[in-house]
Design a protein around this ligand. Structure first.
Ligand SMILES: Nc1ncnc2c1ncn2[C@@H]1O[C@H](COP(=O)(O)OP(=O)(O)O)[C@@H](O)[C@H]1O
Ligand SMILES: [Mg+2]
Length: 258
C-alpha cells in the first residue's frame, strides 16, 4: 500500500524542503518507489534535485489547473526509484485560480488516484502557508510530517496548523493523521534547542520521531549542487540523520527494508 505524506508547516525556513528532498532520496535508496510532488511555487525541491525551474515543460500547475494527468507531468529524477512532479513560480497563480473551481480542494487527490499505486511513498513538499495549495496536499494525503525548527517560537503557529488539519478531517479527508513530527536544525550545544525539543515532545508525545536532524552546513550546501545529501556528502551528520529518519518512516508505515 502506498503512503501519501505531506510535509507541512506554514512557517517558512523550518526544513520542509530539506526534509522532503532527503527523505525522498533515502527512501529511494532503500528501493522504495518514491514520487516527490513539489507544491511550493518557490520550486526549491525542484531545483534542489538539479532541475532548471525555467525549463520545465509541464509542472504541477498543469495537474491542478489544466487537469493534465500526473503521469504526463512527472519526470524521472535521474536516480533510481525516484520521480518528481516539478513546480515553479507559475504555481503561485494556482492559489487564486483554484478559488472558483468546484473541486478546488480535491484536484491533487483526484490526480493522484490513478498513479499512487505505482509508488510506495508520495511525498508532498508544501508551501509556507495554509492556503488552497496546502489544503490540496492535506486532502490528498494519508498523513502529515511536521518539521519543527528547534529555535525560538518553534511551537508558534502549530495550533493553527492543527486546527486546519481538524477542518480538513471534518470535511474533506476523514482519515488524515499526524504521521510524525521531526525536530530539525538541532544544535546540541545550546540550551534552547534542548528546551524546544522537550516542548515539542510534550506537545506531540510519541508522534515525534526519535531521530533529530542536527544543524549541518552540508545539508544547506547540497541543494545548490542539485544534489541530495546522500550524493553530496554521504558521510555527513546530515546524511546519517536523514538515513535514520527514512528507516523510522518505513517502520512506522509498516514496511520493511534490507
Ligand atoms: N539541518 C539543517 N542544517 C543546516 N541548514 C539547514 C538544515 N535544514 C535546512 N537548512 C537550511 O535552512 C533553510 C531553510 O530550509 P528549508 O528546508 O528550505 O525550509 P522550508 O522548506 O521549511 O522553507 C535552507 O537554506 C536550508 O538549506
Ligand atoms: Mg520549502
Amino acid at each position: 500500500m502506498s503512503q501519501i505524506l505531506a510535509i507541512v508547516n506554514q512557517k517558512g525556513g523550518v526544513g520542509k524542503t530539506t526534509t522532503t528532498i532527503n527523505l525522498a532520496a533515502l527512501l529511494a535508496a532503500k528501493k522504495k518507489k518514491v514520487l516527490l510532488i513539489d507544491l511550493d511555487p518557490q520550486g526549491n525541491a525542484t531545483s534542489g534535485f538539479g532541475f532548471d525551474k525555467n525549463k520545465l515543460e509541464r509542472t504541477v500547475y498543469d495537474v491542478l489547473i489544466n487537469q493534465t494527468p500526473l503521469g504526463d507531468v512527472m519526470v524521472p529524477s535521474g536516480r533510481s526509484n525516484l520521480s518528481i512532479c516539478p513546480a515553479n513560480i507559475q504555481l503561485a497563480g494556482a492559489e487564486i485560480e483554484l478559488v472558483p473551481l468546484v473541486s478546488r480542494e480535491t484536484c491533487l487527490k483526484v490526480a493522484l488516484e490513478a498513479d499512487r499505486a505505482a509508488f510506495d511513498y508520495v511525498l508532498i513538499d508544501c508551501p509556507p502557508s495554509l492556503g488552497l495549495l496546502t489544503i490540496n496536499a492535506l486532502t490528498a494525503a494519508d498523513g502529515i510530517i511536521v518539521p519543527i525548527q528547534s529555535e525560538y517560537y518553534a511551537l508558534e503557529g502549530l495550533t493553527q496548523l492543527m486546527e486546519t488539519v481538524t477542518v480538513v478531517k471534518r470535511g474533506l479527508n476523514r482519515k488524515l493523521y499526524v504521521f510524525g513530527v521531526v525536530v530539525t536544525m538541532f544544535d546540541s550545544r545550546t540550551q534552547l534547542a534542548h528546551q524546544v525539543a522537550g516542548e515539542v515532545r510534550r506537545y506531540f508525545g510519541d508522534k515525534v520521531f526519535r531521530t533529530i536532524i542536527p544543524r549541518n552546513v552540508r545539508l544547506s550546501e547540497a541543494p545548490s549542487f542539485g544534489q541530495s545529501i546522500m550524493e553530496y556528502d554521504p558521510k555527513s551528520k546530515g546524511a546519517e540523520s536523514y538515513d535514520a529518519l527514512s528507516r523510522e518512516v518505513i517502520r512506522r508505515s509498516g514496511g520493511y527494508y534490507l
